[in-house]
Design a protein around this ligand. Structure first.
Ligand code: PMP
Length: 391
C-alpha cells in the first residue's frame, strides 16, 4: 500500500533493544545497583502527586545527611552535574560580579566558562594538574581579586586529586566571598561537612557514589547564599533553574506547590534509593570503604610497576584513581583492550590530563575488593598484550 510518509523508521529501530553488561570502573557513571534499578521501574505518577512530594522530602533529607547540612534550601535539580553547576552560578552571580575560579583540572575551566557566558568578571587561579591548593594560595588570590564567589572542586575527577576543604569557608567569609564547591565525584566517597566547613553552595551528581542513573543533581545553599539569591536585582538567565521556582517546586518556600516543570520522577525514585543506601550504610562507613579499596588498588597498581599520578598520598581521591600512562604504551590501546577482553570500562584523562593518565573509578556499589582484583587482573593482561613501543 502506498504511504504518504516519506521518512521511514529504519531497520535498526525495529529490532529489539540491546545493551551489554559492563563493569563501569571509569570516573562515572558507575553501575546502578539492582535495588536502584528496580526503583527505576516503578509506575509513573504525576510529579505533583502527594506520593511524589513525600519522596522529594525523603530526597531532601537524604541530601542534608550526605552533605551534613541543615540548610533549608536543599533540593535536586532535574539535570546532570552540569545543570547543578549552572544552577549555582546562574542564581548567585549577576553580570559584572567578580568570580574567582580555582583551576586544577577540567571542572574549574567549565565553571569559568559558565560564569563568562553570563557576563561575570571571571578571574582564575591555577595549579598544575595533579596538585591541590593551599589556604595561603587561595588567600593570596582572594586579596588580589576581591571576588564575591570562589569556586573549587573537591573531587577533581580529571586529575584524581581530593582538595582539602578545612578552613576555606572561614577564609572566604573573611574576604566577604561565598564558597562554591563541586562534589560530583567525591560525595559519599571522601569526607565533606557542608555546615562545619562553611561551604555556601555545594552540589553533586546522582551517577557516581550514589549509583543512581544520571539526570538528577543534589544541591544546597547556605542562609547567606539564599539571601543573596533572593535579593538579586536581575532575574537569573534561565527559567529552568531559577531558584525562586525550584524552591517552590521542592517545598522550600513554605508556599503551596505550583507547576514549574515536569520532574523526572523515575530518576527521583532512583535517587531516593541511592541516598537511602548511603544512609543505611552510614556516611563514615562509606568513606572508610572507599578509602580502604582505593588503598588496595594503589598497592596493586604499584605492584604491577605502574606509577600513581598524584604524588602526595594525602591528596589522592578515593573514588577516582589516576595512574600515569605506562612508558611505551598508548593509553587508548589499554582501555580498548580491557573493554574488549574483560568488559570493564576504565578511561584515559580529561582536559589537561588527556594523554597523561588512565582513570579508574571505584564508586559506591562498585567499591569492592572483588572489583579491585578484577581491574588489576585486566590491567596485567593489557600490559602483556598491548603493543609496546621500545624507545
Ligand atoms: N564535576 C565533576 C567533578 C565531575 O566528575 C563531573 C562528571 N564527570 C561533573 C562535574 C559534571 O557532571 P555531569 O557529567 O553529570 O554533568
Amino acid at each position: 500500500m502506498d504511504s504518504s510518509l516519506y521518512v521511514k523508521p529504519g531497520e535498526n529501530l525495529l529490532r529489539p533493544l540491546h545493551v551489554p553488561q559492563r563493569l563501569l570502573l571509569g570516573p562515572g557513571p558507575a553501575n546502578v545497583s539492582p535495588r536502584i534499578q528496580a526503583a527505576a521501574s516503578l509506575p509513573m505518577i504525576n510529579p505533583l502527586d502527594p506520593v511524589i512530594l513525600k519522596i522529594m522530602d525523603d530526597i531532601k533529607q537524604g541530601i542534608r545527611y550526605a552533605f551534613q547540612t541543615q540548610n533549608n534550601l536543599t533540593l535536586a535539580v532535574s539535570g546532570s552535574g552540569h545543570c547543578a553547576m549552572e544552577t549555582a552560578i546562574f542564581n548567585v552571580v549577576e553580570k559584572g560580579d567578580v568570580v574567582l575560579i580555582a583551576v586544577k583540572g577540567i571542572w574549574g575551566e567549565r565553571a569559568g566558562d559558565i560564569a563568562e557566558r553570563i557576563g561575570a568578571d571571571v578571574r582564575y587561579v591555577s595549579k598544575p594538574v595533579g596538585e591541590g591548593f593551599t589556604l595561603k594560595e587561595v588567600e593570596k588570590a582572594l586579596v588580589e581579586h576581591k571576588p564575591s564567589l570562589f569556586f573549587i572542586t573537591h573531587g577533581e575527577s580529571s586529575s584524581g586529586v581530593v582538595q582539602p576543604l578545612d578552613g576555606l569557608g572561614d577564609l572566604c567569609h573573611r574576604y566577604n566571598c561565598l564558597l562554591l564547591v563541586d562534589s560530583v565525584a567525591s560525595l559519599g566517597g571522601a569526607p565533606i561537612y557542608m555546615d562545619k566547613q562553611g561551604i555556601d553552595i555545594l552540589y553533586s551528581g546522582s551517577q557516581k557514589v550514589l549509583n543512581a542513573p544520571p539526570g538528577t543533581a543534589p544541591i544546597s545553599f547556605s542562609e547567606t547564599a539564599s539571601k543573596k539569591i533572593f535579593s538579586r536585582k536581575t532575574k537569573p538567565p534561565s527559567l529552568y533553574v531559577d531558584l525562586k521556582w525550584l524552591a517552590n517546586y521542592w517545598g522550600c518556600d513554605g508556599k503551596p506547590r505550583i507547576y514549574h516543570h515536569t520532574g523526572p520522577v523515575t530518576n527521583f525514585f532512583s535517587l531516593r534509593e541511592g541516598l537511602a543506601v548511603l544512609a543505611e550504610q552510614g556516611l563514615e562507613r562509606s568513606w572508610a570503604v572507599h578509602q580502604e579499596n582505593a588503598l588496595k588498588l594503589h598497592k596493586g597498581l604499584e605492584a604491577l610497576g605502574l606509577k600513581l599520578f598524584v604524588k602526595d598520598p594525602a591528596l589522592r581521591l578515593p573514588t577516582v584513581t589516576t595512574v600515569s600512562v605506562p612508558n611505551g604504551y598508548e593509553w587508548r590501546d589499554i582501555t580498548t583492550f580491557i573493554m574488549k577482553n574483560h568488559a570493564i570500562e576504565i578511561t584515559g584523562g580529561l582536559g589537561p590530563s588527556t594523554g597523561k593518565v588512565l582513570r579508574i573509578g571505584l564508586m559506591g556499589y562498585n567499591s569492592t575488593q572483588a572489583n579491585v582484583d578484577r581491574v588489576l587482573e585486566a590491567l596485567r593482561d593489557a600490559l602483556q598484550h598491548c603493543p609496546k613501543n621500545k624507545m
